[in-house]
Design a protein around this ligand. Structure first.
Ligand code: NAG
Ligand code: NAG
Ligand code: NAG
Ligand code: NAG
Ligand code: NAG
Length: 548
């Protein structure tokens, strides 16, 4: 267990109070109130702080981003209100290049016992972990457990892999025999090789006890050494699911596993049997459909299916961009579309994960164009979407502060028009209602009448514009749609403490939070001291940051 020498005074206070368990053992309940910023280490920030160093995304070569650079840009991330960061896989990757590039992304593992020296040193990674924890932020590591990587550069992947180069899996017995991938056949997808004939990804024999124990031990060691709070399991769909279950049992941390499938039933199967958190791909596909493809019916249907079928939709990870998928602006560059997508992503169920560059409205399409160097945006904190994310994190934290049941409640669709959607989340009386549109910013003004679950006469505020509305005596809310802008409603009488629309949150003391939290969380899942303290920590941290 490493020490946290730079722990902030408030965090220290909580630690002394004995309320916080080890952050490195953070579990699902500790993660639910958080929101994650996903970096791609090579493309996020350089040690030299350059904002002009060129990066040719198409060439796919290392562009010079480092852990040190990430440390130097945590203000930028925290300024949006994020309280967790996920970085690229940390281990040594294969060197060398094929026609589409090098291992800058970190997904071509060579040696599990070494770090990727392009990203920095052991001390740099320790310092990044410390820097995050001293801000009350969680540290998530992207992780490859499905395969290693070998550059064949066109020669036969069935015969030309030299397994002795891998550590610790240094002979062919640790791997499934080579076989050709069929992405739509689950059994083959788990047993055969991802990658291609330039860079083959030898598939670990994860049904074998030796392979299992080595991977579990490696992960536990890495978590302990670097005080890691959570993992993303890359290509979890391609891992033998029995092993996935063993891995989540044997490795003491929160983890979310990438199963790139659109069917709710597949998520249900995985969550029930193998891993309790997954990036929410079914909802992702319908976000794309609803906001970039003009089709409103599927998203509310999937939201409803999720609520009914999924054991814990709030344990899943909500996202609308990542390093594998075309950016929203590559489908549609309209700013209103980008805003609606972000509002839904951040305020829907689960733990939001925003991929670096979404806040700067980057528009790279598929891999590798969606892996732009963020420094070229100059880390613009005045960018419209940057400021929007900060507001969304505030209202989300505030709703959770008023009752942690907010992070347990599942979103309901309440309205579907030809180009509008509305959803509600949270308990009666202090729910967050989002009204979304897929109209472009050139569209005009019109009104829709929503039946909302607030009581008649309730005053609500659109926290994005700070405009006031009143629910009429029929329980209807007349919403002015204009220029495709999203609306996020919250009862005006509960705005105090939100830090939004001129409402202060600077007068909330730790003592008040404790009292408040304890009294409102009775009967909810946050009955243990640990869960309570974690939410407190998140709230206290965000207040603390305001003073910086
Ligand atoms: C792969 O082949 C290309 C030419 O086709 C060459 O430029 C490159 O250096 C080769 N890479 C390795 C690792 O041998
Ligand atoms: C891949 O798997 C699917 C589903 O089992 C099957 O229908 C299809 O024929 C397979 N494709 C090839 C090229 O074998
Ligand atoms: C967008 O809509 C078109 C036409 O309805 C459909 O063919 C396509 O699959 C949709 N795209 C996505 C990403 O859903
Ligand atoms: C909305 O209502 C609040 C509370 O009554 C008030 O302080 C604020 O000035 C109002 N905002 C606008 C834009 O009228
Ligand atoms: C914060 O201060 C304002 C104005 O001084 C006050 O009205 C409000 O009740 C305070 N908030 C809390 C949570 O005590």
């Amino acid at each position: 267990m490493m020490s946290r020498s730079t722990v902030s005074p408030l965090v220290g206070l909580l630690l002394i109070a004995g309320l916080i368990s080890s952050a490195s053992a953070a579990r699902t309940a500790d993660w639910k109130p958080r929101s994650i910023y996903q970096t791609m280490t090579d493309r996020f920030a350089r040690t030299d702080g350059s904002t002009t160093s060129p990066c040719n995304t198409k060439a796919g070569l290392y562009c010079g981003g480092t852990w040190r650079g990430t440390i130097d840009h945590l203000d930028y991330i925290q300024g949006m209100g994020f309280d967790a960061v996920m970085i690229s896989p940390i281990i040594e990757n294969v060197e060398g290049q094929v026609y589409y590039g090098e291992a800058y992304h970190g997904y071509w593992p060579l040696n599990l016992n070494n770090l990727n020296s392009h990203f920095g040193t052991h001390q740099d990674l320790l310092d990044l972990s410390d820097a995050l924890h001293s801000r009350g932020m969680y540290f998530m590591m992207d992780t490859v457990i499905n395969n290693m990587a070998y550059i064949t550069n066109g020669s036969d992947p069935a015969t030309d892999v030299d397994y002795s180069v891998f550590t610790p899996f240094n002979n062919a017995d640790y791997f499934h025999p080579y076989c050709k991938m069929n992405w739509s056949d689950p059994a083959i997808a788990q047993r055969c090789n991802t990658g291609d004939d330039k860079v083959v990804l030898p598939d670990l024999f994860t049904e074998h006890e030796d392979v299992q124990q080595l991977l579990i031990k490696w992960a536990n060691d890495a978590i302990k050494t670097y005080s890691i709070d959570g993992l993303r399991i890359d290509a979890a769909k391609h891992v033998n699911p029995g092993f996935l279950h063993k891995f989540t049992d044997g490795v003491d941390t929160f983890m979310t596993g990438e199963v790139l499938e659109g069917a709710v039933s597949i998520m249900e199967d995985y969550q029930s049997n193998y891993i309790n958190s997954l990036p929410n791909y079914p909802v992702y596909f319908d976000i794309i459909n609803a906001f970039t493809n003009g089709s409103t019916p599927l998203l509310p249907k999937t939201v409803e299916d999720m609520r009914v079928a999924i054991p814990d939709v709030n344990a899943m990870v909500s996202f609308s961009e990542n390093h594998d998928k075309p950016r929203i602006a590559s489908f549609n560059e309209d700013m209103a579309i980008a805003k609606n997508v972000l509002v839904f992503t951040m305020l829907f169920d689960g733990i939001p994960m925003i991929y670096q560059g979404q806040e700067q409205h980057l528009k790279g399409d598929g891999v590798p164009h969606n892996r732009e160097a963020i420094w070229l945006t100059k880390y613009d904190t005045e960018a419209e979407l940057y400021k929007l994310i900060a507001k969304l994190n505030r209202i989300r934290n505030h709703a959770g502060y008023l009752g942690s049941d907010y992070f347990e409640d599942a979103t309901h669709p309440i309205y579907q028009g030809s180009s509008e959607l509305a959803f509600t989340k949270g308990v009666q009386g202090r729910q967050v209602v989002m009204v979304l549109s897929n109209q472009p910013s050139t569209s005009g003004r019109y009104e829709i009448d929503l039946t909302v679950s607030y009581n008649a006469g309730t005053n609500v505020m659109d926290v994005l514009t700070c405009n006031n509305y009143t629910v009429d005596n029929q329980g209807m809310l007349a919403v002015d749609m204009d220029k495709g802008e999203p609306r996020v409603f919250f009862p005006t009488k509960y705005m105090d403490g939100s830090g939004l629309c001129g409402y202060s949150d600077s007068n909330i003391t730790l003592e008040m939070l404790k009292t408040h939290r304890t009294s409102t969380s009775a009967g909810t899942q946050f009955t243990s001291g640990t869960g309570v303290a974690t939410v407190l920590l998140a709230v206290v941290t965000s207040i603390f940051v305001m003073f910086l």
